[in-house]
Design a protein around this ligand. Sequence first.
Ligand code: HEC
Length: 481
Amino acid sequence: MSHKRLSLVVLSFSALGFMACPMNPPSEQAVPATRVVTGKAAASSCPANPAWLNSSALPGEVPSGETFCNFQQFMWQSLLALVQPTSGDPTRLQFETWMPSYGIFIKDGTPTAWGQEPPTSCPNNPPPPTGKKPRLYTGIIKQAGADQPLIDLKGEFVYYSMTVNQSAYAMLTDCQLYKAFCAGPLKPQNQGIDLIGKYPNLALPDTAVELKTSWMVLDEAGVASGLFYVVPGLIQHNGGTCRPVNLGLTGMHIVAKTPNFPAMIWATFEHRNNAPDCSNTTAAPPLGGAWNFYNPNCPGCTTNTYQPATPAQVCRMHPQGDSATGTFPDGNDCTANPSQFACQTKTREMLAQSSASITAINSSVQTLIQQAAPGVINKVWANYELVGNVWTSGGTVPPYLQAQSGSLSAANTSMESFVQNGVAAVTNPYSCFSCHNMQGPTAERNLPPVGLSHLFQEVQMPGGCENGSLPATCNPYLGNP
Ligand code: HEC
C-alpha cells in the first residue's frame, strides 16, 4: 500500500505545479495504470440504517464494497452520530464537545486541555437572549479562499467554526503544530523547520475527524420557526464587542480519515432552505418559509458574487456536487471541450451514480427521521441534507483530479458561496480537493499528508522545535518512509 502511494506522490509532483493561492486546483495528468476505481455500483436506492438515529458511534471505515452508497452511508452515519446528545448534558451534542480551533491555536500559553472549555476573548460572556450559557463562540466571518464574508438577507454576517475530534487534537498537540516553527510550511508563507524534507509522511491519525460549521444569526421568528438547530452563541469580529445571539446551523463540513482513505473523505451537509439550484431559482424552499441566502424578489441580482454591505444572492451551481450539471468557471459546459476529464463519458457516468446515491440516501434519512418514535431523534435533523461527498479512489495521496471520485464539484453554498465553481481560469472541476491538496511552497515540495488540513492558517504562537525537529511525542504520527 505505502509503495503504491509513494509512486503516486512522485508521479504527481511534476503535474501539480506550484500555485501560491490555495484556491488553484491541481492540473490534469494521465491516469496511472494502478488506479483503482471505487464507488462502482449503480445506486438507485441507498438506505440509511435506523440504528444510526440514536447511536453516537462514528463509523471507522467505509464498508469494503466501497460503492458510492457506502460513502454516503459513512457520512450520514457520521452526521447522525455527531448530533446525539451527550450523557452529561442532553442539550449539548457530541460535536459540541470537540475542540474548537481557538482552543488549540493560541498566541501564548498552552492549548486548552481536552474536555475543557477554551477561553474566548469575550471575558464577561454576556448572557445570550435566551438566558442560556453561550455554547458557541466565533469571530470567523471570512470564507475560506475568497476571504469574503457571506451576508444573509437580514444583513447579518454568517459565522464559521472549526473543531476537531480527540485523536486529531492529540496529534496537533503531541506534534506541537500549534507553534509556528514546528508547523513550518503547513502555514502558507511561514518559516520554520524543514517539515517537508524531514517528515514527508507526517499525517493525522486514522481516526481523525475535522469539522467546519456555518451559522446564521436568528431573530425570534427564526428561532420560533423550528426550522433550524439553534444554539446560544457569542459573536465578535476583529476583537470588537461580543454580541449574544441565537445561531442557527446552516452547514457542516465533515472530513474523516480512515485507514483506507488517507486523503480523507470530504463531505458537506446543508440546511435544506439555504439556496435554490441556479437552474431553478423560482423553486419554493423545501421546508416552507424563505430561502436563507436567496431573495426571490430580486431576479436581477448578480448571483454568487460578493458585494460589500449587500446581502448575497446565492444559488447552487452543482447540485449533489455534480460537475455535469451547471456551467464551468469560464461559463462553458461540456460542449466546449468534451474531452476534458470532467466531460468524459466515464466521468459523467461516475457523477450520475454518485448523485443518485446522494439523492437516495437523503430521502431515506428524511423518511426515517420523520417516522421515528418521539424521543429517538430531534426531528430538526430532517431539515439538513448531504450536498456533496468526495474522496480519492484507492485512497490515493495526494488527491490529484483523476484520482478523485464522488462529487467532483462538491461545495457548500453557505461556506464556499462565491467559489462553488472556483475562480476564473481554474481547471474543471473544482471541489474541496482544489484547496485541500497538499501543495507546498514549490512544485517539487508537496506538503506531507497532514497538509490536507488548512487549520494551520490559525497558527499564532511563535517559536517551537528550536532544534529543528518535531518533539519525540510526535513519533507515532510520522508514518512509514
Ligand atoms: C477555496 C478553497 C477551499 C475550498 C474550495 C474548500 N476549503 Fe475547506 N478550508 C479552506 C481553508 C483556507 C480553511 C482554513 C480556514 C481558516 O483558517 O479560517 C479550510 C478549513 C476547512 C476545515 C476545517 C479544518 C481543516 O482541515 O482545515 C474543514 C473541515 C474543511 N475546510 C472542509 C472542506 C470541505 C468538506 C470542502 C468541500 C466541500 C472544502 N473544505 C472546500 C479552503 C477551502
